[in-house]
Design a protein around this ligand. Structure first.
Ligand code: ATP
Ligand code: MG
Ligand code: MG
Ligand code: MG
Length: 496
């Protein structure tokens, strides 16, 4: 139909190809090729980083695609938002168009506006645009040119707003190509906004030492979230109600036991609905990652999300195999656009089966440890809600050292050890103290914690330039060998 995700994706790509002479460049894999500055590909522009920096020949002067993006870890980390709102996912598709030293601000804004009002039939009174208001540290003044372009296009002054660098200076990571941007938002009937499209004027580079320098050539890089666009044009309240998510949520309903159906509630206490959304989101992210050859054994991020998902499958939906079942629904939904989902299904299933089994082993192991701990210290019954791999170990250590310690106060070092080595959060340590009538040397703990944080900060600072330097090195090698990296062969070429 005319508002299906497949139709809206195709409309975007056809519009830029047919109306504006762009070439379609295939989505890269979600693995950042030779780029240690980001944990995953987080935007459509990632595969063109070398082009923007003037190190790689562009595949064409105007490009368009839908790019698989993952936003976990790094500068753009949306994991904590997933499930709470209807617009941020760990995996999403970014529709984008690029100019490599070709058209610039005016054409970019006009092309976007015409697509939204024309083929997508949005109303100008429901749209609001922002532009870069200037930043002293970055060393750029207000982007009046952009403001005036929007006026000229016909956007009402009350629908044009300036914003600071946080929202309107786009950067992919700690270093790399960047620039002022202009964002297009949808105004809902209640006045709230959803950002749909970001148009970045790539004219700078964030160097590895943090300085922002100018690029010799200017480029355009845009990105629009397909799921958000679908929600608007399908007239549904959230991305989870679009055809991209509905079949997955229905599959969760069908393949779980003793659980109420998804109600679409966003109230704070609607935790079951949050779990539906999180699992649907994670199933897409995990399936895409596995199909792209990201392994839980080499990616801590993927490993962590898989563990979280298996926990939700078992504890909430009472079906430890649910995540694995969802793979085929994701492949059905996205396989036409990203055929690797279908092509790699068997490999992905093998990994999923292995992870499901090792998770269930881990769980039964933990349960056994827990029972042993209960026998020795019956009072820990009060902590059966705590899911902590090291709980038994940490608790035993605490009890034993308090026995030999001739005061009732847990020393700061021990509190810090529980926190740092065994992963106990402060509230759990407090609960344990209360239960045992222990006091906590909080001052001692905080001192160690702040020292630890200071150390962490400097080591991060020291790391940053090295990461960028690594990318430069890798890129040099690629450039020398005349290849750019790919998901199918070690010799990547932009696939047009
Ligand atoms: P937001 O302010 O909503 O977090 P953003 O400014 O971080 O979005 P951009 O980096 O500008 O997002 O990415 C371009 C587009 O990609 C956004 O306008 C939005 O439509 C979409 N998008 C960004 N993050 C997500 C996400 N986590 N899930 C789904 N779509 C997203
Ligand atoms: Mg964001
Ligand atoms: Mg934004
Ligand atoms: Mg944005």
């Amino acid at each position: 139909t005319k508002s299906s995700s497949a139709y809206l994706r195709k409309t975007f790509i056809d519009y830029f190809i047919e109306n504006h002479g762009h070439k379609h460049v295939k989505s890269s894999s979600v693995i950042p090729l030779c780029d240690p500055t980001v944990p995953f590909v987080n935007a459509g522009m990632n595969q063109f980083k070398g082009v923007f920096l003037g190190m790689v020949e562009p595949p064409c002067s105007r490009a368009v695609n839908s790019q698989k993006c993952v936003r976990i870890g790094g500068k753009h980390n949306d994991l904590d938002l997933v499930g709470l709102d209807g617009t941020h996912h760990t995996f999403f598709e970014m529709l984008g168009n690029w100019s490599f030293g070709d058209y610039y601000k005016k054409d970019a804004c006009k092309m976007a506006w015409d697509l939204l009002l024309g083929p997508y039939r949005l109303k100008p009174e429901n749209l609001l645009v922002t532009y870069f208001g200037g930043d002293v540290v970055i060393g750029l003044t207000e982007d009046r040119e952009c403001r005036d372009i929007w006026k000229e296009i016909g956007v009402k002054a009350s629908h044009i707003k300036d914003c600071g660098a946080k929202d309107n200076f786009w950067e992919m990571g700690v270093s790399g190509p960047c620039g002022p941007c202009t964002e297009i938002h949808y105004i809902h009937p209640d006045g709230s906004l959803t950002e749909i499209w970001n148009i970045v004027f790539i004219q700078c580079n964030r160097e590895t030492d943090g300085k922002v320098t100018s690029l010799r050539r200017h480029h355009v890089d845009t990105g629009m979230g397909l799921e958000r666009l679908c929600a608007l044009l399908q007239g549904v309240p959230s991305n989870y109600d679009t055809d991209l998510f509905r079949p997955i949520i229905t599959a969760i309903e069908k393949n779980s036991k003793d659980v109420s159906p998804y109600s679409g509630s966003y109230s704070k206490d609607a935790t079951l609905d949050q779990y539906y959304r999180r699992l649907a989101d994670h199933a897409r992210m995990i399936s895409i990652c596995l199909a792209d050859g990201v392994f839980p054994s080499t990616s801590v991020n993927l490993k962590q999300i898989m563990k979280k998902s298996y926990k939700i499958c078992s504890d909430v939906f009472h079906n430890p195999n649910l995540l694995n079942t969802l793979y085929k629904y994701v492949a059905e939904s996205l396989g036409d656009t990203y055929p690797e989902l279908v092509k790699r299904e068997r490999d992905a299933m093998l990994i999923l089966e292995h992870e499901r089994d090792s998770y269930s082993k881990l769980r039964s192991n933990l349960r056994k440890k827990w029972k042993d701990l209960l026998k020795q210290y019956p009072e820990v019954e009060a902590f059966n809600d705590v899911e902590l791999a090291g709980f038994a170990l940490g608790y035993k250590e605490l009890k034993q050292s308090m026995k030999t310690h001739n005061s009732n106060t847990i020393p700061g070092e021990l509190v810090f050890k529980l926190y740092d080595t065994h992963g106990f959060q402060e509230d759990i340590i407090e609960r344990i103290a209360t239960l045992n009538n222990f006091e906590i040397d909080k001052k001692g703990f905080w001192k160690l914690l702040s020292q630890h944080k200071a150390r962490h900060k400097t080591s991060f600072k020291e790391q940053t330039p090295t990461k960028g330097a690594l990318f430069d090195q890798a890129l040099q090698t690629i450039v020398k060998n005349g290849v750019n990296g790919t998901d199918d062969s070690p010799k990547y070429k932009y696939t047009i």
